[in-house]
Design a protein around this ligand. Structure first.
Ligand code: KIV
Ligand code: ZN
Length: 521
């Protein structure tokens, strides 16, 4: 978090997280209000300085999310995105009003290509818009960030003029995005140095960078920019974001921590929270993390080859440049069995970073007992899946009452009989399909007719063993609205149906809140 002492530390890098804005722009990565609040809470707890909570003009859902996050987050600055128009800026100002520290982030494209084809404006018109938008935003908050969209492909002299004008108009942060992930590290650092050496009032603002990963260089470009003087890095958890994504926060901060010898910069993020944040974002969005992904991949700290294992046993530093503990990876622990008490369970939740009310603890405890009856060993990961499953189920119009599946080599075709409670009315039906999942989903469609298209059906085992819980993600799309449903259960078919039902509940919720043609930046 930016405090009086850190603000004076010239080597302090501000970590600006845009998982909830740029991250959510990844096709399929949509999140509902409760999910965004949970992620914002996690980001605040980890010490992120600025949380870009959304693009308030884009939809009612975005506006509400930014406003609710502004009400709950106390230590991080809450930021909303706005194009260079009065309407955008006013809507953004309204959404961030409740925040203790509020930022308006306004942007306009400055590259010849974007000005000509996207904006259809000549450079002088864009230049005027820069001044107008920043000046207008300053009526609502002292903390205004201005971004030159497609900054890395902008003519340098024009970029320097715009930056100078934005600062003179009151921008306190100047963001230079590599919007299309085109820059190379030495080229990008040279651009940042050029701005430092050319813009006369540059010392009045913090330079920020926002790098996309189209060439896999987002983190490298961000770090090169920091070395050239940038003091804010915009990034996302797991590198989520448009196309190939944004710079991954976990990679940026672990590079700063691990290579402090050559990167002598400080930041306020507690790296031990990384794994929790990564898992939360992955569960909510259904975007699984590839096993070999740096820092947060399942294999990032696994040592398979005999030679490596031997070296590790002799001295962990032979093959480990950072410890698993430094990113919050603890050994998979056996938690408790069915005889464990409520008090021990409550302590375990605290250890895992959950701060739940009494009712939620009671509900989770009942489910824990049910799980311990079905599954011999209950691990930390099981508790996380179980609590997430519980917390993510809110305002359910539709609930699963009963499910029976008939399938296998002797039964043709597979058949699902299920009953659902829809707003208090219980109805049952049976349907067939090409497999048990297809049959069950067909039965749901008969009971709750809808046109949504199934975009993703994904199953992953929470732990090892055939009695592992199956964590299922179902992504549905209807008229441009996308939702992700999740559920976990030791019975894969039960979690599949619950995940589909969860997605339908979210869709119903979303129908009420968003217009189908929601904008993205
Ligand atoms: O990539 C980009 O240029 C952006 C801006 C809106 C900052 O996301
Ligand atoms: Zn972006």
């Amino acid at each position: 978090m930016t405090t009086a002492s850190t603000a004076t530390d010239k080597n302090r890098v501000i970590i600006f997280d845009t998982t909830l804005r740029d991250g959510e722009q990844s096709p399929g990565a949509s999140m509902n209000l409760e999910e965004k609040l949970r992620i914002a809470q996690t980001l605040e707890n980890m010490g992120v300085d600025v949380i870009e909570a959304g693009f308030p003009i884009a939809s009612v859902g975005d506006f509400e999310a930014v406003r609710e996050i502004s009400k709950t987050v106390k230590n991080s600055t809450v930021c909303g995105l706005a194009r260079a128009t009065k309407g955008d800026i006013e809507r953004c100002a309204e959404a961030i009003k409740p925040a203790e520290r509020a930022r308006i982030h306004t942007f306009i494209s400055t590259s010849p290509l974007h000005m000509k084809y996207k904006l259809q404006m000549d450079p002088e018109k864009v230049f005027e818009k820069v001044k107008e938008s920043v000046t207008y935003a300053r009526n609502f908050t002292d903390d205004v960030e201005w971004s030159a969209e497609d900054g890395s492909r902008t003519e340098r002299d024009f970029l320097a003029r715009c930056v100078e004008a934005a600062i003179a108009s009151g921008a306190t942060t100047i963001n230079i995005p590599d919007t299309v992930g085109y820059a190379l590290p030495h080229e990008f650092s040279d651009l940042i140095r050029f701005l430092y050496n050319t813009v006369p009032n540059i010392d009045k603002a913090i330079i920020s960078v926002h790098c996309h990963n189209d060439l896999g260089l987002a983190v490298a470009n961000s770090l090169a920019a920091v070395d050239a003087g940038a003091r804010q890095v915009e990034c996302t958890i797991n590198g989520l974001g448009e196309r190939a994504g944004n710079a991954a926060m976990e990679e940026v901060i672990m590079a700063l921590r691990t290579r402090a010898d050559l990167l002598p910069y400080t930041h306020g993020v507690q790296t031990e929270h990384i794994i929790k944040a990564s898992r939360l974002v992955s569960t909510i969005t259904g975007f699984t993390v590839q096993p070999n992904k740096a820092i947060v991949g399942k294999n990032a700290f696994a040592h398979e080859s005999g030679i490596h294992q031997d070296g590790m046993l002799k001295n962990a530093e032979t093959y480990e440049i950072m410890t698993p503990e430094s990113v919050g990876l603890t050994e998979s622990k056996l938690v408790m069995g069915k005889h464990s008490g409520r008090h021990a369970f409550k302590e375990k939740l605290k250890d895992l970073g959950y701060d739940l009310g009494d009712n939620a603890i009671n509900d989770a405890f009942v489910r824990f007992k049910e799980l311990a009856d079905k599954k011999k060993d209950v691990f930390d990961e099981d508790i996380v899946a179980l609590v997430d499953d519980e917390v993510l189920r809110t305002n359910d119009h539709i609930q699963l009452e009963k499910l029976e599946i008939l399938c296998g080599t002797e039964h043709q075709p597979p058949k699902a009989t299920l009953s659902l409670n829809v707003d208090g009315n219980v109805a049952e039906c049976a349907a067939t399909g090409s497999g048990p999942v297809d049959a069950a989903f067909n039965a749901i469609k008969e009971l709750v007719p809808h046109e949504a298209i199934l975009q993703l059906y994904q199953v992953h085992a929470v732990t090892n063993g055939t009695d592992a819980q199956a964590e299922v993600t179902v992504r549905l799309e209807e008229n441009g609205r996308t939702v992700n449903g999740q559920a976990a259960d030791t019975d894969t078919m039960v979690s599949s149906v619950k995940a589909y039902v969860n997605a339908l509940n979210k869709l119903i919720d979303k129908r009420e809140k968003t217009s189908p043609d929601a904008l993205s930046a």
